[in-house]
Design a protein around this ligand. Structure first.
Ligand SMILES: Cc1ncc(COP(=O)(O)O)c(C=O)c1O
Length: 457
């Protein structure tokens, strides 16, 4: 009864992110009620392993009392402090300092946001200001990768290269350019890592030449493309792209909104890639989704240039909730948990997850298994040789998602038949094994669908 009335209220009033409004009205909401560790429970009492950590964000797992305590303590003491007028709060200052100590290289300056989209949006403003400070205001063209996702803000959605974020919105803007993705499974140059790296380097150089190096401001990448289908670049790809940007005097922006905070193993994926970006964005795992927060990290070069460029004038970029003390208090506690065993557990659990998913490679529907750490995907096909995707009628984002749900597993089922995994770092071995087993069951059931059977080669 309660649940039904919520469904009606939701249908009438709550607009959902990235949803078909009509489709959602028809399907109705599924209300999540509670969660603990890696398990979520819906309003009917059905329990599932959350193989996607909410929206790849609850890296620490659910139900940590110490995080709740940290937030409650901060709310009692000082629930809000602005950063305007040179004011501040202790947790925000401490979090900035703790993070700066751990970020790669000289990414020493932190601007806190409310999430990933406004972190990306902030980088665009900082980068524009940086070049104005250098007296190069026409260095204002931005390049990103096909299949990339950089959020849903008014300008960030144009750095994003997923059609659904463009169609009907008049995106991308004319200063936002794309080069092909590294997508190893479907790369026209084949699967050889060196060939993929060479092709991306060539594409970036060609794009810069086409626009003019004196016009190109920045290049954006995710260390692993998340929303594009968990696309893992070959080892050395990030470094090669970073080197091209350094050579051509283009700022390199690493968008670590998904990959940050243990998702791929270390605190930041850039450390594994052995690179230091000029700017880096994070969110999600920063607070493990318990409260909203994102962050932009600025290198010394970028920060000092902006500061000198402005001199005594204010730099007109700011949010009411930047460096929110409650979010910062949560961030500090989450960081403590990561470093007190969660990162370590994530590395072990990630290896087990990858091995478990690899063991499904021989399933007739599994074309590719990829990932790093606790970020993984399997790509379903009906013809392994030709890599033919599931037929549209299979409607993976609905049918496979629902089926996994009924089997006690939450995954991200992309429309093209890619299944995404990003479980909480706290997962036990038994939970990882259950994620794999429930996936296998879901795949077997899908194999029995008449439309899939008919398409299968
Ligand atoms: C790489 C990347 N950048 C930016 C964003 C946007 O973050 P948010 O949804 O917190 O605005 C996301 C969200 O998934 C992301 O994956």
């Amino acid at each position: 009864m309660l649940s039904n009335s919520l469904v009606e209220l939701d249908r009438a009033h709550l607009v959902h992110p990235v949803a078909s409004y009509r489709g959602h009205e028809q399907a109705g909401v599924r209300v999540l009620k509670s969660a603990k560790g890696a398990t979520v429970t819906d309003a009917s009492g059905h329990q599932m392993l959350d193989g996607f950590a909410g929206l790849w964000c609850v890296n620490a797992g659910y139900g940590h009392e110490s995080i709740v305590e940290a937030a409650a303590r901060q709310m009692r003491e000082l629930p809000y402090a602005t950063g305007y007028f040179s004011l501040g709060s202790e947790p925000a200052i401490r979090l900035a300092a703790e993070l700066a100590e751990r970020t790669p290289g000289d990414l020493n300056h932190v601007y806190f946001t409310l999430g990933g989209s406004d972190a990306v949006d902030s980088t665009v403003r900082f980068i524009r200001y940086y070049y104005h400070s250098l007296g190069k205001p026409t260095k204002d063209q931005f390049i990103s990768l096909e299949q990339g996702y950089h959020g849903s803000s008014t300008v960030g959605a144009g750095l994003t290269a997923l059609p659904v974020f463009h169609a009907g919105f008049g995106m991308p803007l004319d200063w936002q350019h794309k080069i092909p993705t590294h997508y190893a499974y479907r790369n026209p140059v084949g699967t050889d890592p060196q060939a993929i790296i060479a092709a991306s380097v060539k594409a970036l150089r060609a794009k810069v030449e086409e626009i003019g190096a004196e016009r190109v401001a920045a290049f954006y990448v995710e260390p692993i493309q998340g929303s594009g289908g968990v696309l893992v670049p070959p080892t050395g790809w990030m470094k090669a792209m970073r080197d091209v940007c350094t050579e051509l005097d283009i700022l390199f922006v690493a968008d670590e909104v998904i990959t940050g905070f243990g998702r791929t193993g270390p605190l930041f994926a850039c450390s594994d890639d052995g690179i230091v970006p000029d700017l880096m964005t994070t969110a999600k795992g920063l607070t493990s989704g318990y409260v909203p927060m994102g962050a932009v990290f600025l290198s010394e070069k970028v920060y000092q240039t902006i500061a000198d460029g402005a001199g005594p004038a204010a730099i007109g970029h700011g949010y009411t909730y930047s460096a929110h003390p409650v979010s910062a208090a949560v961030g500090l506690e989450v960081l403590r948990l990561y470093e007190n065993g969660l990162l370590e557990n994530g590395v072990k659990a990630g290896a087990r997850l990858m091995a478990g998913l690899q063991s499904l490679s021989s399933h007739p529907l599994v074309g590719d298994v990829r990932g790093r750490g606790m970020l993984a995907a399997i790509e379903l096909v009906v013809d392994k040789e030709r890599k033919t995707p599931l037929p549209a009628a299979a409607d993976p984002s609905r049918r496979i998602f629902d089926r996994a749900w009924n089997n006690g597993l939450v995954i991200r089922a992309f429309g093209n038949g890619v299944l995404g995994y990003a479980p909480p770092l706290c997962c036990t071995e038994a939970e990882i094994d259950a994620i794999v087993e429930r996936t296998a069951k879901t795949l077997d059931q899908t194999l029995n669908d008449p439309d899939v059977r008919a398409a299968l080669v």
